[in-house]
Design a protein around this ligand. Structure first.
Ligand code: ADP
Ligand code: MG
Length: 843
């Protein structure tokens, strides 16, 4: 039965309300509260019953047939909601807004929140160590603005992106954006690609005017403002969120951070392991010794955004160095940090109005350590100061009861001494209770029944209980009123008992209400501190990350890098920090990475398993560690600040387009050599391997020549094509290196040592032997190899390096000018002026 096809006039009033509400939430599953259940109807019921394997039932709703229905118990709803969100659904919670007992006609119900993958706030479903981003992608036809935010912390970022479909999808993947809002004029091809990555997309052109303009009031770029307003509309109008904790937007400029795309992030295993897609064995895993959830999220943010500003990086080194020097203070600081709860997300919950008394207690405990942290930050000259918010601490200390229940409707929220009115009510309640316990002994005396008891239950309130055998002792003038007869006793009340009971119970009600109201009042007061708390959070998370750097640097003997403005690399005895940590049976073999100003390319040969890929990744990771402010695994390290890192390492699976490995390999190489500047770092691991030998070799050689002649950036290039090593003779900025192995009785031993020059033996057969291939096969392969080798010698191959180089320097002035244009930051008028000037020039 479809909702759109039923005769609405026949529907029961409640179902009519449901279908009308559902009309407003077409793309959202509505969980409709009915007593102790959330129910779903019509198509929602069918879809969800299937998705969650629930039983599909029916509900009479005035039609001939029952309406399809399925439901989940209200107290366990979180689990089901979580599952639906993970499957990409949006869920609207429709609550009863009044107590059904007191409702006249149908119970008033409405949607109170909409949950989607980008807007989850439940702590149970969120990973405390990761941000959860929702993004708004605004297509302004010659470019895009991407604004994204973690609503639980109130962080919001914007950046302008060029019009390149794949890059945009990679960007969304790289930022791990969980949900996207976009305008209706979005490029359809791009939309399809985003959807194919299973990112839920909502199309909406609405904007929120006026509210929350503190987020963007300092901006002048209308495109960015528009995208922020679109996101705000979705969050505050559609999702009904209060966003008063949202911070000023941070504009992410390309010039501020090292550029690396998702391939580099994945290949270097910065935040997850390539194979398992888990945090374990990634750089993040290695470096994360943070003590707070905020610190852990910040560390990930640092790793994803290495800096370019030498001063800022050096400031971070200074702190790490100071922490290493003052190791006692550092140790104490870490235990202080351990006491700090997730202030950022607490602020979010305060703003959403979902913070409980336990949350405010966590806030209080965090505030309690701030003075200690402040004192230590001053001692180590940390570049930020913190405010300790003493008045907020005093308020919470005075007001919030130490062991509150989860619910706000059971009392036990507010301490004695905070509110006179509350204390008086409690006094009254206590008086009533005292009276009742006195009443029991009085009645025992009056009636002469020793076993007389005063009890309480929810249905009858206070009662007097007398067992059957003593009933004759009860006389009329005692004024007992019979209330209930049980198997072996009778229960009575008296007017006096009821009078006191009223007092106790009404005091109880009043207490619960008053505690609730006082609590809400305090929570609202906390709202005023949100921006200050966010400042504190920022400082705490940064010092937490840097203290984690110090800890790791100490533990594994890392060294402070020297950032050189000359284009030189000199890293002595460097190690790959993760491989080094993971190796258990053997020692890691350190290697130097030395490339002076005149050397741009190291061409690395060596057998499989020798350590070529590890050596290349090692440089990538060290560069990133250096630019996030961490010390690096080496004895001594001098390196430049790289503006971009490109990698092509191993066969990465196809992310966006569905092309073959070789196609991807060429696409990635193309992206690298088109975008690299002389300050970039390129890591190409066995480029060209994906095609036939001569194709691959020729491409590899041409690409190397292009880098050597045109880009001149630091490049590590590993290869199996020994023919390429001849290039050292013609390209002065290319050097051959090899990773050594030795042969002993036909067995190969890897030394993992990187040395000058090349090797001309690939040891493929030795490695195959090591892998356990049958002896017969190994022997046969050895003799075939001998035949090939002798043929090869006779052929006398002409190596391609002897061909004249084709990349002459012929850049025209116009070309240079066009290249330098920043299209995203000029107005149409300016564009026309520039165009006419250019036209003048060619005349
Ligand atoms: P290749 O790329 O040359 O085939 P890899 O870089 O993949 O080789 O290294 C193969 C294995 O050798 C790695 O998994 C690692 O365990 C080990 N290895 C590499 N470099 C070193 C080193 N410097 N010291 C110790 N072991 C290493
Ligand atoms: Mg390799």
């Amino acid at each position: 039965m479809r909702r759109g096809e039923v005769d609405r006039n026949k529907l029961s009033p409640m179902m009519k309300h449901y279908v009308e509400l559902k009309d407003k939430y077409e793309d959202t599953i509505i969980l409709y509260r009915l007593g102790d259940f959330y129910e779903m109807f019509f198509e929602d019921a069918e879809v969800v019953a299937h998705a969650l394997e629930l039983t599909l039932t029916g509900k009479s709703a005035g039609l001939d047939e029952k309406v399809p229905m399925c439901g989940v118990p209200f107290h366990a709803a979180d689990i089901y909601i979580d599952k639906l969100i993970k499957k990409g659904f949006k869920v609207a919670i429709c609550e009863q807004l009044e107590d059904p007992k007191f409702a006249k006609g149908i119970v008033k119900r409405d949607v109170i929140e909409v949950i989607s993958s980008g807007t989850i706030i439940s702590t149970n479903s969120l990973n405390e160590k990761e941000n959860n981003y929702i993004g708004c992608l605004y297509d302004f036809s010659y470019g895009f603005v991407l604004t994204y935010s973690d609503i639980t912390t109130g962080e919001i970022y914007s950046e302008i992106l060029e019009n390149n479909t794949d890059d945009i999808v990679y960007k969304l993947l790289s930022l791990e954006i969980k949900e996207v809002i976009t305008n209706s004029s979005i490029d359809k091809n791009l939309l399809a690609k985003i959807k194919s990555q299973k990112i839920p997309v909502t199309i909406s052109d609405n904007v929120l005017e006026n509210d929350y303009n503190n987020i963007y009031q300092d901006l002048s770029d209308n495109r960015v403002i528009l995208s922020i307003k679109m996101l705000l509309y979705y969050l505050s109008v559609t999702q009904k969120r209060n966003l008063s904790h949202f911070q000023k937007v941070m504009i992410k400029k390309k010039e501020s951070f090292l550029t690396m795309d998702i391939h580099t992030k994945r290949n270097l295993e910065l935040t997850e392991c390539l194979r398992t897609k888990e945090r374990n064995y990634s750089l993040l895993w290695l470096l994360d010794n943070t003590k707070t959830a905020m610190g852990s999220r910040k560390l990930k943010n640092f790793i994803e955004n290495p800096l370019l500003d030498v001063n800022k990086i050096n400031k971070r080194y200074d702190v790490v160095a100071k922490l290493l020097e003052e190791f006692i203070i550092s140790d104490e600081l870490r235990s202080d940090l351990y006491e700090v709860y997730d202030l950022e997300r607490l602020c979010g919950r305060i703003s959403f109005g979902s913070a409980t008394a336990k949350d405010l207690l966590q806030l209080k405990l965090s505030l309690k350590v701030l003075p200690k942290i402040k004192e230590k930050l001053e001692k180590i000259n940390f570049y930020d100061r913190i405010e300790t918010l003493d008045d907020l601490y005093i308020l919470l200390e005075k007001a919030i009861y130490e062991e509150p229940p989860n619910s706000l409707k059971e009392g036990f929220l507010i301490k004695e001494g905070y509110s006179k009115e509350l204390d008086e009510l409690k006094e009254l309640r206590r008086g009533g209770k005292d009276f009742i316990s006195m009443f029991e002994s009085q009645e025992r005396q009056r009636t002469g029944i020793k076993g007389l008891k005063v009890g309480f239950n929810k249905v009858f309130g206070y009662y007097i209980e007398v067992s059957k055998s003593y009933l004759p002792l009860i006389t009329e003038e005692m004024g007992y009123i019979r209330k209930q007869t049980l198997a072996n006793c009778e229960r009575f009340i008296t007017p006096l008992l009821k009078e006191k009971e009223d007092l106790v119970l009404s005091a109880e009600d009043k207490i619960i209400n008053l505690e609730y109201n006082l609590f809400i009042e305090i929570r609202d007061k906390c709202k005023n501190y949100i921006s200050k708390l966010q400042e504190v959070s920022k400082t705490i998370s940064e010092i937490d990350v840097l203290s984690s750097f110090a800890l790791v640097s100490e533990k594994y003997n890392y060294v402070r890098p020297r950032l050189s403005s000359a284009n030189e690399i000199k890293i002595i005895s460097s190690r790959h920090p993760v491989v080094e940590k993971v190796l258990t049976t053997t020692e890691y073999v350190p290697n130097d990475i030395i490339m002076d100003e005149k050397t741009d390319i190291l061409l690395i040969t060596g057998p499989n398993m020798a350590g070529k890929s590890t050596y290349m990744r090692q440089l990538g990771i060290i560069a990133i560690m250096a630019q996030i402010g961490c010390f690096v695994p080496a004895k001594e390290a001098t390196l430049p600040v790289f503006d971009k890192i490109f990698t092509r390492i191993g066969a990465s699976d196809d992310l966006v387009s569905g092309e073959s490995t070789f196609m991807i390999e060429m696409m990635e190489s193309s992206r690298a050599i088109k975008n690299a500047t002389k300050n970039s770092l390129i890591l190409f691991d066995e480029l060209g391997r994906g095609t036939a030998t001569f194709d691959g070799m020729s491409l590899a050689e041409a690409i190397l020549e292009y880098i050597a002649k045109k880009i001149k950036c630091k490049t590590l290039f590993s290869t199996h094509y020994h023919e390429l090593t001849d290039m050292e003779k013609t390209l002065s900025n290319l050097q051959n290196k090899h990773v050594s192995a030795i042969e002993e009785n036909g067995n190969i031993i890897f030394l993992h040592k990187v040395k000058d020059g090349s090797v001309d033996k690939s040891y493929g057969i030795n490695v195959a032997k090591l892998a356990g291939l049958p002896d017969e096969v190994i022997k046969r392969a050895t003799s075939i190899l001998k035949v090939y080798e002798s043929k090869e010698k006779q052929k006398d191959l002409v190596i391609q390096t002897t061909l004249p180089l084709d990349f002459e320097e012929k850049t025209s002035e116009i070309e240079e000018e066009i290249k330098a244009l920043d299209i995203l930051n000029i107005t149409p008028i300016e564009a026309i002026t520039i165009l006419s000037k250019l036209k003048e020039k060619i005349k």
